[in-house]
Ligand binder design. Structure first.
Ligand code: E4P
Length: 296
């Protein structure tokens, strides 16, 4: 336990698929509130990688068992922000199929959050999930409209719902991803507080501090970013902190404008299409399949 770590208002989550990283962050920071996983991160788990590189690929059932084993190891290492477990979803997966996976995954550990994509079927799955008491984390969020739809679809949830805006992936294409976090926080200020913002796709210390400054309820970051925070003596943004979104060449990123959206609208009425959500699903499917045996 690190006696010097300040408690941030944002919960600390490790973005990864390797329990050893979670243990390392716990030692460095002194505590870990939660964990986020996804198919890409699980495919990078050292044990999974070793098996795959030695030619031993998994059946779908073995892959699921491996995911379960990883998540069960992480579960007891983290606090009340839980472990986010992502369902398999391609463009043909129905909400009912996602829900069936979600129900099973929810039974794996006592602190599960089920990750569904911010798509029409993902939102339908979330709507059904919260009605039956599953905790959910809506992932691959790239627009304020998607966050508004998450709010509307999950109204009445007994537990906080998470929405995960992906900062780094917006930055990657020249848009200031931190503006999305800011805009969602501003929009939710008029709401009932049932959706918590989980800043995701955090790539470096500046993203971390920017998310803290915006009072994102939770921040998930890879172990190396938490190590960077620890190595810099756990800085926190002061009242004079100004976040400057810049690209790799230090050029300012393009701002994302705030939209005035009515959270009381039906969730289906929001335009939730976003090409980065589509791309994200394609990537997760490819990474998941890279660990699978080819059908005979
Ligand atoms: C968390 O839930 C996300 O899966 C993760 O932060 C994605 O980060 P990346 O854009 O670096 O892959």
């Amino acid at each position: 336990m690190n006696a010097f770590t300040p408690r941030t208002k944002s919960k600390v989550l490790v973005d990864g698929g390797d329990p050893e990283e979670t243990v390392r962050v716990k030692h460095l920071v002194g505590y870990v509130d939660g964990q986020t996983t996804n198919p890409t991160l699980v495919s990078k788990n050292p044990e999974v990688r070793e098996l795959v590189s030695s030619g031993q690929k998994f059946s779908s059932k073995e892959e699921l068992d491996e995911y379960k084993k990883i998540v069960q190891t992480i579960s007891s290492l983290v606090g009340d922000a839980g472990v986010s477990i992502e369902v398999y979803a391609d463009f043909d997966t129905t909400a009912e199929e996602m829900l069936a996976q979600g129900r099973e995954m929810f039974s794996w550990i006592p602190n599960a959050y089920i990750k569904y994509p911010c798509t029409h079927e993902g939102l339908r799955a979330a709507e059904m999930s919260v009605r039956e008491g599953l905790r959910v984390n809506m992932t691959l969020c790239f627009s304020q409209e998607q966050a508004a739809a998450v709010y509307a679809a999950t109204k009445g949830s007994k537990s906080p719902v998470y929405v995960s805006p992906f900062i780094g992936r917006l930055d990657d294409r020249g848009e200031n991803g931190m503006d999305l976090v800011k805009n969602i926080k501003q929009m939710y200020a008029a709401g009932d507080g049932h959706v918590h913002v989980l800043a995701a796709s955090v790539r470096h210390l500046k993203h971390l501090l920017g998310s803290f400054a915006l009072k994102a309820e939770l921040v998930t970051a890879p172990a190396k970013v938490w190590a960077e925070w620890a190595a810099s003596s756990f800085p926190l943004p002061g009242s004079d902190f100004v976040y400057q979104g810049t690209d790799n060449d230090d050029k300012p990123l393009n701002p994302i404008a705030y939209k005035s959206l009515d959270l009381n609208r039906a969730w289906e009425s929001f335009d939730i299409q976003h090409d980065l959500t589509t791309k994200g699903i394609q990537q997760f499917v490819a990474d998941y399949k890279s660990t699978l045996k080819r059908p005979a």
